[in-house]
Design a binder for this molecule. Structure first.
Ligand code: D5M
Ligand code: ZN
Ligand code: FE
Length: 488
C-alpha cells in the first residue's frame, strides 16, 4: 500500500477536523474496504472525539459509538464559547483575579486549588473516554480494561527504558507502566508532573498496570470564530533596559498612527494588546543595574506612559503584567496597582487586567497570559523550542492549563479558583515572555506569542536565547488571518 493512500486516510479525517493516529492508520490499512469503512466511521463520529485510534475505529464500526451514553459526560465544559454578543469596539473583562484575591497561602488553600483543578479537568477528560469504564484507583479490578483519571505525581524511566508514572486520584495512587514498545509511549514521553490526564490501562498477569493509551483533555472541535477589527499583539517592552529597541518601537508608534505605507493595515487596527513585561523593572535579577538605562521603576512606568500616549484614543489598549512588572510575582498576577496606572495614565481607552485574564476583544474571547510557564515547557517537552513558542502554547492548550507544572519557577498563589485553567477554550491565547515571535492555529484556537522590544541581553547570550525583537503579530479578527509586521 503506497504512502499516498495512507496520507489520504489522514487527510480524510483531517478534513473533518479529526486526527488519525498511527495505530488507527494501521487498522485502516488492514481493512479490505477502507474507504467505505472511513465513511461509516465519519458518519458516526461526534464532536467530542479527538483522536481516531484503533479503539475509536472499533467502537465506530461496531456501532457502539453513538449508543454509549457516558460520552456526554463533561459535555458542558467541552462546548466552545458561543458568541452571541453584539460586536463592540469596547474591551470587556470576563475573568481576572484583580480585586478578587482570597488566598492567604495556607496549606488548605493549596489543597483546594489542586482539587478544583483536578475536578474540572477530570470532567473534561471523562467526556472523551469512550473505550472503557472509568475506575477509581482504589477499585481497580484485575483482568479488565479500565481507565483512570489522575494527577501525575512522579515519572521516571526504568532501566529497560519503559516509563513508570505515579498517578493519583481522590481515592489513591497507582504506579503505571508505559512500555517502550507501546503505542502510548510517545504521548507518555511528554507527561509533565502535576498534569491531569486519563489513561486507558489493563492489568498484566503479574499484577502490573499497563497503559494502552494516554488521554489528554485537549480541545474539542469548535466552530470557527470570527470577530471584528484588527489587533496588534505585543509584549515584553522592557522599557528602561539598555537593550530596548527604541528605533523599532518608534516605527511601531508611527505605524499605529497611520504614518507608514502598509496597504491599509493600520486603518483596521482597533486594539493594541500587551501581554506583560512593560518595563525591565529594578532588582529583577542580580547585576541588572548595569543593563538599565532608567534605574527608577517609577520613571520606567512614566516612560511607558509617554509611549502609550502616542496611541490614538480610537484604539483600545489592553495592558496585562509580566514577571518584570511591579506586581506580585505569584500567578495569577493582578493588574498593575492604581498608583502605577496613574503614572502610565488612566485614559478611557486603556483596560488594565491581570495575568492571566480572559477578555472579550473585537467580539471574541482572548486569554492574555504573560507566559512564565513556557520556559519549563521548553525544558521538559522533547522537541519544543524557543524558536517556535506557539508549539509550546499548544502543549498548554492540550493540557487545558496555562501552567501545568505546579509551583516551580513561577510561584502559585493558591486562589480558591484555578485561574490558570483553560476550562473553556478561547478564540485566542496571547503570551509573551520568551521573546520570540510565533503563532499557529490549533483546532480553531489562535495561539500567539508576541516576541519582545528588547534585543539580546547578556543573560540571554549566555543561554543562547535568540530573541526576535520588533516584530508584531497582527490579527485581523474579521478573517482570523494573522501576519507579522516587522519594525526592527
Ligand atoms: O524572560 C525572557 C526570557 O529569558 C525567558 O524565556 C526566560 C529567560 N530568562 C531570563 N532570565 C532568566 C533567568 N535568570 N533564568 C532563566 N531564564 C531566564 P524575561 O522575563 O523577559 O526576563
Ligand atoms: Zn520579558
Ligand atoms: Fe517575562
Amino acid at each position: 500500500m503506497g504512502t499516498a493512500t495512507q496520507a489520504q486516510y489522514s487527510w480524510k479525517f483531517a478534513a473533518h477536523g479529526y486526527r488519525l493516529t498511527p495505530n488507527g492508520e494501521e487498522v485502516l490499512r488492514s481493512l479490505e474496504n477502507a474507504s467505505e469503512a472511513i465513511d461509516t466511521i465519519l458518519s458516526r463520529l461526534h464532536g467530542d472525539i479527538v483522536d481516531i485510534d484503533e479503539l475509536v475505529i472499533e467502537a465506530a464500526l461496531s456501532g457502539q459509538l453513538g449508543s454509549v451514553p457516558t460520552i456526554t459526560r463533561g459535555l458542558e465544559e467541552l462546548e466552545g464559547p458561543t458568541f452571541l454578543t453584539a460586536p463592540t469596539s469596547q474591551v470587556q473583562v470576563l475573568r481576572d483575579i484583580t480585586g478578587y484575591s482570597t488566598c492567604t497561602g495556607t496549606y488548605d488553600n493549596f489543597v483546594t486549588l489542586l482539587r478544583n483543578r483536578y475536578a474540572t479537568i477530570r470532567k473534561i477528560v471523562a467526556g472523551t473516554i469512550i473505550q472503557t469504564d472509568i475506575s477509581d484507583i482504589e477499585k481497580i479490578a484485575p483482568n479488565v480494561e479500565f481507565s483512570i483519571i489522575g494527577m501525575v505525581m512522579e515519572r521516571h524511566q526504568s532501566k529497560a527504558g519503559n516509563l513508570v508514572v505515579s498517578i493519583e486520584d481522590l481515592t489513591g495512587m497507582e504506579k503505571v507502566i508505559v512500555m517502550k514498545s507501546s503505542n502510548a509511549f510517545s504521548d507518555a514521553e511528554t507527561i509533565l508532573t502535576d498534569e491531569v490526564l486519563g489513561m486507558v490501562c489493563s492489568k498484566g498477569r503479574k499484577g502490573g498496570t499497563f497503559v494502552r493509551k494516554i488521554i489528554r483533555p485537549d480541545v474539542p472541535h469548535m466552530k470557527p470564530v470570527v470577530g471584528q477589527g484588527a489587533a496588534a499583539a505585543i509584549s515584553d517592552l522592557h522599557v528602561g533596559s539598555n537593550t530596548f529597541v527604541s528605533g523599532a518601537w518608534d516605527r511601531f508608534l508611527a505605524w499605529v498612527n497611520g504614518e507608514l505605507e502598509d496597504g491599509g493595515l493600520s486603518e483596521k487596527l482597533k486594539y493594541v494588546v500587551i501581554a506583560g513585561d512593560l518595563v525591565d523593572g529594578v532588582g529583577v535579577y542580580p547585576g541588572q543595574e548595569a543593563e538599565l538605562e532608567i534605574r527608577d521603576i517609577y520613571e520606567q512606568y512614566e516612560r511607558v506612559g509617554e509611549y502609550l500616549k502616542e496611541i490614538p484614543d480610537s484604539i483600545q489598549v489592553v495592558i496585562s503584567p509580566g514577571n518584570h512588572d511591579f506586581v506580585r510575582q505569584a500567578e495569577p498576577q493582578p493588574s498593575l496597582r492604581s498608583e502605577l496606572q496613574e503614572i502610565i495614565g488612566k485614559r478611557p481607552n486603556y483596560t488594565y487586567v491581570g495575568s492571566p485574564a480572559r477578555v472579550m476583544i473585537g467580539g471574541i474571547e482572548w486569554i492574555l497570559y504573560h507566559g512564565r510557564s513556557l520556559d519549563e515547557i521548553m525544558m521538559k517537552i522533547p522537541g519544543v523550542t524557543y524558536a517556535k513558542p506557539a508549539e509550546a502554547m499548544v502543549e498548554l492548550l492540550r493540557r487545558r492549563h496555562l501552567s501545568p507544572i505546579y509551583g516551580t519557577r513561577a510561584g502559585v498563589a493558591p486562589e480558591a479558583e484555578d485561574y490558570l485553567m483553560i476550562d473553556r477554550p478561547p478564540a485566542v491565547i496571547h503570551s509573551g515572555h520568551v521573546h520570540t515571535v510565533g503563532f499557529c492555529r490549533y483546532r480553531e484556537v489562535t495561539l500567539i506569542n508576541s516576541g519582545a522590544w528588547q534585543s539580546q541581553t547578556e543573560f540571554q547570550k549566555k543561554v543562547n536565547l535568540q530573541p526576535t525583537p520588533g516584530i508584531v503579530p497582527y490579527l485581523d479578527m474579521k478573517t482570523m488571518k494573522i501576519r507579522r509586521l516587522i519594525f526592527a
